[in-house]
Design a binder for this molecule. Structure first.
Ligand SMILES: NC(=O)c1ccc[n+]([C@@H]2O[C@H](COP(=O)([O-])OP(=O)(O)OC[C@H]3O[C@@H](n4cnc5c(N)ncnc54)[C@H](OP(=O)(O)O)[C@@H]3O)[C@@H](O)[C@H]2O)c1
Length: 197
């Protein structure tokens, strides 16, 4: 398959690229690095990415930013970061990508455990992750030409916890998380939320 991987330069994206590269052609897309670049917060940039990409069999996003912070301190712009970048950025990857994905192809997006297991400070992240999961369930009902759409909702990743100075064994290694993306891309499910329940 020819697979566009947005976020391929990141912790999860790098592991997904490694998991797929021996079986598929992976086009690495980052924000500041990669074969191609995109800014998820810019609809124009997403449209330009698809023009540069041409036809693909799968679009995978392991990108998307949202802000942590105490509810009382979160500003309008803190909420807008997540809504414009992680939520609408990935929704727009699907909306603008429909004509570029081959018949029976797929979209795989990324949400996160904070959709179903919130913590203090996660309000602006949890709303985005839940929104992505709701979007995927609904959009799957309207996908044309046998296209599939899923979302991976990772728990904490070991490498991320290590970088934060926390215990990596409280999380899941990125290589294991990457297997959920491979299952979404290579399997038959649609409208599905992969990851710990
Ligand atoms: N890591 C975790 O523990 C964890 C757990 C649950 C959910 N998640 C979610 O998984 C996703 C990826 O996490 P990660 O830890 O792999 O992140 P990461 O290591 O920070 O990587 C982020 C990736 O996104 C790209 N990116 C940044 N800003 C972008 C933009 N405006 N437009 C397009 N691409 C952009 C980066 O590209 P450049 O390198 O070129 O800047 C990089 O490839 C995030 O949405 C995160 O919320 C992560």
């Amino acid at each position: 398959m020819r697979i566009a991987l947005i976020g391929s330069t990141g912790t999860i994206g790098g592991a997904v690229a490694s998991a797929l590269r021996d079986r598929h052609e992976v086009i690495a897309v980052g924000n500041s690095r990669g074969d191609l670049r995109v800014d998820l917060a810019s609809p124009q940039s997403i449209r330009a990415l698809y023009e540069a990409l041409g036809k693909v069999d799968a679009v995978v996003s392991t990108a998307g930013q949202a802000k942590f912070g105490p509810l009382e301190l979160l500003s309008d712009s803190d909420f807008e970061v997540g809504l414009h970048n992680k939520l609408m950025g990935q929704v727009n990857l699907v909306r603008f990508g429909l004509d570029y994905v081959a018949d029976q192809g797929s979209f795989t997006l990324t949400s996160g455990i904070l959709a179903r297991h919130p913590m203090r400070g996660s309000a602006a992240v949890s709303i985005v992750n839940s929104g992505l999961e709701a979007f995927v369930r609904a959009a799957a009902l309207e996908m044309p030409r046998g296209l599939r759409i899923n979302v991976v909702s990772p728990g904490w990743v070991s490498e991320t916890l290590a970088a934060m100075g926390r215990n990596p064994s409280d999380g899941t290694p990125a290589a294991e998380v990457a297997r959920e993306y491979a299952a979404s891309i290579e399997g038959t499910q649609t409208g599905f939320v992969f990851g710990p329940q």
